[in-house]
Structure formats: C-alpha cells, structure tokens
Design a protein around this ligand. Structure first.
Ligand code: NDP
Ligand code: 2IT
Length: 450
C-alpha cells in the first residue's frame, strides 16, 4: 500500500514486516491508516507521542490449546485466541468467534476494528476479540458444552468484569455464552458481569439479541434522513447472512417499511420477491440450526440459488452485508451500483473489500462502514455491563431507546469528523478519525509505558 505521508508509510511497512501472512489484519490496518493522512498533518502532538505506532500493535495476544472429547470419545484439539488490543478508554471488550477460518490474522483484524468501534459508541470500552478454529456446525449440544468449558478453563485467567469482557460473534450465541459463563462462575466462584449476551435470567440485557441488526437499521435510517431526507419506507433490501445480525436487521427494516427480498448462508441464497417471511427464517435458523435452502421448501414462490456470492446480483435500493469479511468484492459492488443501489451499510465486520468500498464512494452510494454501522451490538453490551454494575435491569423500550440514541450519535460524529477533516460525507474516513481521536488522546495522557 502507498501513503502520501512518509510517517504513515513507515508505520504500515513496520506492521507489514511484523505480521507476515496476515492479510486480513494488514487490510484493516491499511484502511484505517489511509484515513489518517489529514490527521497526521494537523495533530503533530499525536505523531510525536507515537500514538499511531502504538495503536497498531496489540497490547497482548494470548494463544492457547483447547482440548475436548467428542461424542465418540475421541480427543480433539483446537486453537484458542484472545487479543487484548487496546485498553486506553476502558476494559478490553469484544466478541468471541467460533469458525474454522479463525486464525491470528482474523482475530487481530477484528480486535483492531473493535478498538475504534467501541470508542465510537461513547461508552468506556477498550478493544478486544477472541475465538477458535473450532467448527460448531454439526456438533451436539454436549460437544459444544465441553468445548466451551475447555475454552473458558484457559480464558478465565485473562478476563474479568473490569479487565476484559467477551461476548458473542459468529458461531457464539446464547447457548455458547451460557456454557462459558457457567464455567467461569464454577472456576472463580463469582457471579460477575464477565460476559455480555447472557441469558435474561442470569444478568443479560433485554434487546442485546436484537441490538446489532436494529442498530444497523437505526444508523441507515438516520443517514438516509440526514443526507437525502429519505427513509427505509418503500425500499427493497438485500441482506446477506441469516444469523444473529441478519435476522434482526431484516426484522427492523421491515418494521421501518422496507421489503427484504433476499437472505443467505455460506451455501447459497434465497430470493423471495414477495418479501422474506422472517418467521420461516427464524424457525429454520434459530429453531433448528437448519440451512437457508429450506426456506424455498416452505415458501414455494421463493427461489434458492447455490453459492452465496450471487446474492449481490439481486436488484435493490439498500444492501446490508451481514455475514463475514470480504464477502462483497469490487465486481459485486459494480453490479449493485449498475442496479441502482442507494445505500450500503455493513452489519458484518469488513464485509466489503477495499475495491468495493472505493467503488461505492466514487459512485456516491451512501456507505456506512462496519465500525460505525454495526456498533449497536457492542453498545448494548456496554449497557449490559452498566446494568450488571448497578444490579438492575432496564426495560426493552429503555434499552432500545438508548441504542437508537447511540446510533444516531455515531452517524453524526462520523459525519462531522468527515467534514472537519476535509472529506464531507466520507463516513469511512469520518468513523476512523472520530473513533481514533478519543483513544489517541487517552493514550497520550496516560504516557508511553504501554
Ligand atoms: P452468526 O453466526 O449468527 O451468523 C453468521 C452468518 O454469516 C450465517 O448466516 C453464516 O452462514 C454466514 N457466514 C459466516 N461465515 C461465512 C462465510 N465464510 N461465508 C459466507 N457466509 C458466512 O453470526 P453473527 O450474525 O453474529 O455475525 C455476522 C457478522 O456480523 C460477523 O461479521 C460478525 O463479526 C458481525 N458482528 C456481529 C455482532 C454481534 O453482536 N453478533 C456485532 C457486530 C458485528 P453459515 O451458517 O452457513 O455459516
Ligand atoms: O463485532 C462486534 O462488535 C461484536 N461481535 C460484539 C462485541 C460485544 O462485545 O458485544
């Protein structure tokens, strides 16, 4: 990657040399550093304090063996990770991902992004991420439980309600959080708010399940209103994925008057011109962990197509990638643009490749980058921590209203930063800069020994 600033070039080259074979991490760092060209011109104090040199290096990276016994009695071994990226503004905070593609590069890209995202929420949370290359697909409940218990048997010593608070991500939902929490409590003999996304009966927050998807739609609604005096009403929406984020994005988009016509999983996608029936999707996915192709069995008018990437060929006004990183490339972006897409907002982390982002920005598409648009999940995690500290719980309406306020605030902070730093409307730049400045000032005031 080439930068105008020799300083940023030096930082990037160091990261590149220090992290060989980690393309996702380099991609995330490169995209953020690109946004800092106007910052290094104006904030020599941050350059002098070595803030950018420091922010690209995790404070701590933990890698560990996770051994467990499968239902056939065979010993299995996976690799566990926790990256504690940045604690300048609060305890480390970020999800755990269980997916066969998990490796150091993926965990570090996610932890790096999380630092800026958490800062944007306005809540006191540092950045972290973790997970394992364990594949939950096809595993029994007993296997999932034994894996989670083994994972926590190492992780517990690195986390705590004021140290590091993990949560869910791909492959980690209420079931996994429950097993992880039970094991933490057993080892530490402490009922503490050490995880978020907990069940409602043992310290979870109302609206955490819905938060990322709902927050994404609140962000889009505000972006449409502020920039185009428009709204979701009457729009056609395509959403990739059919997991936690995708399902609640679909629910809120429909509540706001849009028609969601397609959803996917890693095998393929369904197109339902009448509008996706979310009860059917939820029964398949939340009810029995089935495949999206089964939607077409239940809804004869819907068409299933093998191969998840084809979903971007469906004509829509709003595209919400909610599956995984790099799922939407330059060609897919071009197809969406040719089909008249007006808004793209990222529910997943880094779903658009740099080529796709460049095309969206050049074409004047309203583009909501992940660290701003999907911050609703971790924001409500922050509210869960707050409720745990108070030993109190808010109603669904109270949490939902706070979530909405936070998402509206994030849009305006990112927009204002884009304007202040000379690229009005470029929310990639605005979100990176706004998220960065708060962390950077905290690092500066706390000195160098970190
Ligand atoms: P889930 O595990 O609930 O769902 C993931 C969905 O994405 C599934 O439909 C899955 O399909 C699909 N998917 C996963 N990996 C791939 C892949 N390699 N190629 C194609 N499709 C894939 O996870 P979430 O909904 O929680 O997470 C989705 C995205 O949102 C992730 O990028 C995550 O980091 C991000 N995110 C999540 C938040 C949260 O609170 N949960 C908060 C902010 C961001 P299949 O079932 O076939 O694997
Ligand atoms: O990517 C993310 O923001 C999450 N997976 C949620 C993290 C959290 O701590 O709730």
């Amino acid at each position: 990657m080439k930068f105008k600033s020799a300083y940023l070039q030096g930082v990037y080259d160091t990261v590149s040399a220090r992290n060989p074979g980690e393309p996702e991490f380099l991609q995330a760092v490169g995209e953020v550093l690109e946004s800092f060209e106007p910052v290094v011109e104006r904030r020599g104090d941050l350059v002098d304090a070595g803030i950018i040199d420091r922010i690209v290096e995790p404070e701590r990276m933990i890698t560990f063996r996770v051994s467990w016994v499968d239902d056939a009695g065979k010993v299995r071994v996976n690799r566990g990770f926790r990256v504690q990226f940045n604690s300048a503004i609060g305890p480390y905070k970020g999800g755990l991902r269980l997916h066969p593609t998990v490796n150091a590069s993926v965990i570090k890209f996610l932890g790096f992004e999380q630092t800026f995202k958490n800062s944007l929420t306005g809540l006191p949370m540092g950045g972290a991420k973790g997970g394992s290359d364990f594949d939950p697909k096809g595993k029994s409940d007993g296997e999932i439980m034994r894996f989670c218990q083994s994972f926590m048997t190492e992780l517990y010593r690195h986390i705590g309600p004021n140290t590091d608070v993990p949560a869910g991500d791909i492959g980690v939902g209420a079931r996994e959080i429950g097993y992880l929490y039970g094991q933490y409590k057993r080892i530490c003999n402490e009922f503490a708010g050490v995880l978020t996304g907990k069940g409602l009966s043992y310290g979870g927050s109302l609206a955490r399940t819905e938060a990322t998807g709902y927050g994404l739609c609140y962000f889009v609604e505000e972006m449409l209103d502020a920039v185009r005096q428009d709204s979701f009403a009457g729009k056609t929406v395509v959403i990739s994925g059919s997991g936690n984020v995708a399902i609640y994005a679909a629910q809120k988009a429909a509540q706001l008057g849009a028609k969601v016509v397609a959803m996917s999983d890693s095998d393929g996608y369904v197109y339902d011109p009448a509008g996706i029936n979310l009860d059917v999707v939820r029964e398949i996915k939340e009810g029995r962990r089935g495949r999206i192709r089964e939607y077409a069995d239940a809804v004869p008018a819907a068409v299933y197509t093998q191969g998840c990437r084809g979903i971007w060929s469906i004509k829509c006004d709003i595209a919400l990638p909610c599956a995984t990183q790099n799922e939407l490339d330059g060609d897919a972006a071009q197809t969406l643009i040719d089909n008249g897409v007006q808004v793209v907002a990222e529910g997943a982390n880094m779903p658009s490749t740099p080529q796709a982002v460049e095309k969206f920005l050049a074409a004047g598409v309203l583009f909501g980058p992940a660290k701003a648009a999907n911050a609703g999940g971790v924001a409500v995690s922050g509210l869960e921590m707050c409720q745990n500290s108070m030993r109190y719980s808010w109603t669904f309406e109270e949490v939902d209203a706070k979530l909405k306020g936070i998402m509206v605030g994030i849009f305006h902070n990112a927009y204002n930063a884009s304007k202040e730093f000379g690229s009005e409307g470029n929310l990639v730049m605005g979100a990176n800069i706004a998220g960065f400045l708060k962390v950077a000032d905290a690092m500066k005031w706390q000195g160098v020994a970190y």
